[in-house]
Design a protein around this ligand. Structure first.
Ligand code: MD3
Ligand code: FE
Length: 212
């Protein structure tokens, strides 16, 4: 029988200028991605960081790559070492770097070589409030994000916090690329709904690739 939808040609949705959703793009090679994730988390466990304002984040985080994003009472920044251990963050797995690079190319941003991968873990109820990602130096590089596990509703706003955000559902295996004018758009994740994912249980994992 003919495949109407195949894993090697995921559908591509343009969400906004420079913002591309590659539906199911991470499903090919999903097991390699999850095995690599286990290796990273064994070296740098998830932890709940504290914002400069003193709030503990509902999302648990860790990092891999030459730089990792951290927050504490002193502020937001990238570090070469995990502050919990003083050791370098785990290396970026080859399967992570390849997916980020290929997805960026497919979305029109060739030559993307991320040096940081922030890994976010959401349990039901966890959320990420509207914010901009602007701790990086070069906004001409895109950000690539990979959604795994429980579904979430992504909020995508404009360049001003007061722009009313639109809602985009994100599923296991979806890859988004944010470049061009979308790179500095406000965005967030609504509180995760209760659920069970066959492979990841009560969790949503998001990999966010950046060139710092
Ligand atoms: C749009 N994470 O870690 S990924 C973050 O699902 C973050 O965990 C969310 O926002 C998550 O900073 C959303 C999608 C994403 C990431 C960066 C963006 C969307 C973006 C940068 C600019 C515009
Ligand atoms: Fe963000």
């Amino acid at each position: 029988m003919m495949d109407l939808f195949s894993f090697d040609q995921p559908s591509r949705l343009d969400i906004a200028e420079g913002a591309v959703l590659l539906v199911g793009r991470a499903l090919v090679g999903e097991e390699a991605l999850l095995a690599a994730l286990d290796t990273v988390v064994a070296g740098a466990p998830f932890r709940h960081m504290v914002t400069p304002g003193g709030f503990t984040m509902s999302v648990a985080m860790t990092n891999c790559g030459r730089a990792g994003w951290v927050t504490d009472r002193r502020g937001y920044r990238y570090t070469a070492e995990d502050p919990e251990t003083g050791q370098p963050w785990p290396e970026m797995p080859g399967a992570f770097a390849a997916l980020a690079r290929e997805a960026a190319t497919e979305a029109g941003f060739p030559g993307f070589e991320p040096d940081a991968c922030l890994i976010n873990r959401y349990e039901p109820g966890a959320k990420m409030s509207l914010h901009q990602d602007k701790d990086e130096r070069d906004f001409s590089k895109p950000i690539v994000s990979v959604s795994l596990g429980l579904p979430a509703i992504f909020q995508f706003g404009g360049l001003s916090r007061s722009d009313r955000p639109s809602k985009v559902p994100l599923q296991h295996g979806d890859v988004m690329v944010w470049g061009g004018p979308s790179r500095l758009a406000y965005h967030g994740i609504l509180p995760l709904k209760e659920g069970q994912h066959p492979r990841l249980g009560r969790n949503r994992i998001n990999l966010t690739f950046r060139k710092t």
